[in-house]
Write a protein that binds this ligand. Structure first.
Ligand code: ZN
Ligand code: MN
Length: 137
């Protein structure tokens, strides 16, 4: 396979994998899915393609500091909920707040180009397991 074709195929596969899930996966998860289709793909290639897709505005990288980045196939701004117990990331179906970038710019004198908003707490499943702790064994 020609090099350019192979690169295109890899990038398309990674984008398809990302767009087919709502779990906001890590690069490692994407890598394991990609290997089912392209067995000799490397983790480095996955990272490289994720970066290129990010630069092209096709996907979003969600960076949570101490943990691995997660990736989102939806590049339009939307809000997320991060579970403090299990670490899963969920979409929050609410409209993106309008006017806050202008307000931040007005108050700070900065040129604001975007904003990001995360909610934290316990997801529905983790709330349940906290209320009724599973008996061990
Ligand atoms: Zn949870
Ligand atoms: Mn999302």
């Amino acid at each position: 396979m020609a090099k350019a074709t192979r690169m295109t195929r890899q990038r398309r596969l990674i984008l398809e994998i990302l767009r087919s899930t709502d779990i906001h996966p890590t690069a490692d998860w994407i890598y394991h899915q990609a290997r089912k289709h392209i067995p000799d793909i490397s983790l480095g290639t996955v990272y490289r393609n994720l970066n290129q897709l990010k630069q092209a505005g096709e996907i979003m990288e969600l960076n949570y500091g101490s943990t691995f980045s997660r990736y989102d196939g939806n590049p339009c701004n939307h809000y997320h909920f991060v579970c403090d117990a299990c670490g899963r990331v969920f979409d929050v179906e609410m409209p993106v707040l309008s006017g806050i970038e202008e307000e931040a710019a007005r108050l700070s004198g900065m040129k604001v180009t975007r904003h990001r908003l995360e909610f934290y707490g316990y997801c529905r499943e983790c709330q349940k397991s906290r209320e009724e702790p599973k008996t061990q064994g």
